[in-house]
Ligand binder design. Structure first.
Ligand code: NDP
Length: 322
């Protein structure tokens, strides 16, 4: 089927999106970014994925977050993005900020996981091919590898930038001490750490409690929160039942055992507060993260454009508070 040629909305930068500087860098990121973990894999409808990504870009979301193994199957979210890149986004490449990651299970054998130079280099080469890109804007080490010497992982990152395959570097879910080491190592080689990706939301304050946010602030590193809606818990999705088309009904990443009576009570309470404020629970939750000092951006997921629009509504409230 012939797809309709995409022409991006001319108003995309005056539509209400807010851009924030990422740490002490030259890069500004949209306050709301879009992640490809779920809903963009080979099992999902390509046309639905296309609709969501186009809609996002039209509303000023120019940062898309991927990883080698997003799908399922592994690699297929990058392939979806690669097709969109060729069919829709080629004229807009320089307006986009694309990240990918390596660090988790990707291919069989000893070289398809964790933090060796061998894995990281091969994985990024594969990602670039799948995404039809010459370079990514941001390459992340997806998790800290306690068994590989940290210098090996970090030097691979430095060399990836020197090879021109990534413009900036990030780490995700690294412990505090190793994050400090990474910041020092990379700065000494003129390839400073741009950003730390961690889970921060109304239910999970780990990066705050573990000193990551303070460290980022001290060192001029940006912070971006993944799963700011706790995979959909912090929305109206589960207030009365578990909808058939929801992540909880269909994916192992959000088991229904999480939905305890205590949590239900909290969610309903926050939902009533949100309603009293004239906003949705999702907007309240995003606002909470975005108001934390130093949060550069939140990476949301969405299974529809309606969810995207609901989430983008959080920016209006933020603008009113600025
Ligand atoms: P969210 O917490 O935003 O959850 C997204 C899900 O919540 C959607 O798929 C949808 O679920 C539901 N949802 C979103 N908006 C609404 C709304 N307005 N109303 C009702 N339901 C809504 O983020 P994700 O957990 O998807 O993570 C976002 C991104 O973060 C990932 O794509 C990835 O890029 C990154 N990430 C990084 C990790 C890391 O280790 N670095 C780990 C996890 C994520 P439904 O499908 O039920 O409709």
């Amino acid at each position: 089927m012939q797809h309709q040629i995409y022409v991006a909305n001319e108003q995309r930068y005056s539509n209400g999106m807010i851009y924030a500087r990422c740490g002490r860098s030259g890069i500004q990121l949209p306050k709301i970014s879009l992640g490809f973990w779920h809903n963009f894999g080979g099992i999902d409808s390509f046309e639905r994925s296309r609709e969501i990504v186009r809609h996002a870009f039209d509303r000023g979301i120019n940062h898309f977050d991927l990883a080698n193994n997003y799908g399922p199957p592994y690699g297929s979210a990058e392939k979806t993005f690669g097709r969109l890149m060729l069919e829709d986004f080629l004229p807009y490449r320089d307006e986009l900020f694309i990240s990918t990651k390596a660090g988790y299970d990707m291919w069989p054998g000893p070289y398809g996981n964790w933090g060796s130079r061998k894995y990281l280099m091969a994985s990024l080469d594969q990602s670039l091919k799948r995404m039809n890109l010459d370079y990514v804007d941001l390459f992340y080490i997806h998790r800290f590898d306690p068994l590989t010497p940290i210098e090996e992982t970090l030097q691979a990152m430095v060399d990836i930038v020197r090879q021109g395959k990534a413009l900036y570097l990030g780490i995700s879910r690294w412990p505090l001490q190793e994050t400090e080491k990474a910041i020092r190592y990379l700065a000494a080689r003129d390839t400073p750490l741009l950003i730390y990706q961690g889970r921060l939301n109304m239910l999970d304050h780990e990066p705050m409690d573990h000193g990551i946010l303070d460290l980022c602030e001290k060192c001029g590193v940006g912070f971006i929160s993944f799963s700011p809606l706790a995979q959909g818990l912090l929305t109206n999705r589960y207030l009365s039942n578990i909808p058939k088309d929801s992540r909880m009904a269909n994916k192992s990443s959000l088991p229904s055992s999480l939905l305890t009576p205590d949590l239900m009570q909290k969610l309903r309470q926050w939902n009533s507060e949100a309603t009293a404020e004239g906003i949705t629970l999702a907007q309240k939750a995003l606002q909470w993260v975005l108001k934390q000092k130093l949060t550069t951006s939140v990476i949301i997921g969405a299974s529809s454009t309606a969810q995207l629009d609901d989430n983008l509504g959080a920016l209006k409230l933020l603008a009113n508070h600025q």
